[in-house]
Design a protein around this ligand. Sequence first.
Ligand code: ADP
Ligand code: MG
Length: 312
Amino acid sequence: MAKRVVLALGGNAILRPQQEATVEVQLENIKTSAEQVARIEALNYEVVLTHGNGPQVGNILLQNELAKDEVPPFPLDVCNAESQGFIGYMLEQSIKNCLHKNDSTSNVVTLLTQVEVDRKDEAFNNPNKPIGVFFTKEEAEQLEKEKGWTMMEDAGRGYRRCVASPHPQMIHGVDAMAHLLSQNIIVIAGGGGGIPVARDQEGNLNGVEAVIDKDRTGKKLAELVDADVFMMLTDVPNVYIHYGKPDQKKLEELSIEEAQRYMDEGHFADGSMGPKMQSAIDFAKKGRTAIICALDEADLALQGKAGTRIVG
Ligand code: ADP
Ligand code: MG
């Protein structure tokens, strides 16, 4: 029986800081991920791939802002759907090309993924995730009044809109994913954390102005498709304690208890490694394996030869 893995691609997989956001540059970056997916598939794994969208959705918001007098800007849920669409297309094409080169009979499908959040999630009381373009103080005050946005100063660079980052409660399309996986089809889903939606009082789905953390959605996906392994592929080869200090030490294999102890001791930064470790611990608690590793070592990490793993 093939094992099942969910891979969550970090920001660097698609666009690195300082790079120009052309399609050519992003396609070139994506090749590394596509090659890894093809290798993992060749190790007899069924693969679900999810990915971030920070820089890409940021540029969609910038396009909206610059063109707003000509074309009405779209809400955040639609911007997420746009980014899932074009990133999914690039990943799908690149993976298909690798499979073709390897004479693999597998295929790839991208699913636009709605992810339900709870309107009562406490994140909505504290919108703290900055998104999109920078505004002046005056513009920020205007937007607060006009649109009811929450605006916050961002590290001296100007004012940005902040939105809630609620927990993913339910992911649409999981049955379809399971069916596709069983048919030798690699599934790309839940990009950018998924399209945030919620049900109204009549039970109808509506888009929500929020963003969902991609590592949390990845973990939820891994639970729902009953994956054996959940991997977060990022830009560091391992997780470290005393990270960036002279006594930094790399972590290889950890129990849930050890991981939790290091977490409690504050070794993992809030906006980056913290949520990854939390997702890894939560997943391992289901008696499964969670791995955090460098993108280009994903195949090795899956074979226990690289990366940091938490074993439940
Ligand atoms: P991604 O786009 O892959 O989600 P993040 O920037 O959110 O990437 O998370 C990866 C980053 O986490 C690394 O580049 C590193 O600087 C940072 N980091 C913080 N604490 C640690 C730690 N204890 N060990 C390893 N990396 C850490
Ligand atoms: Mg991150």
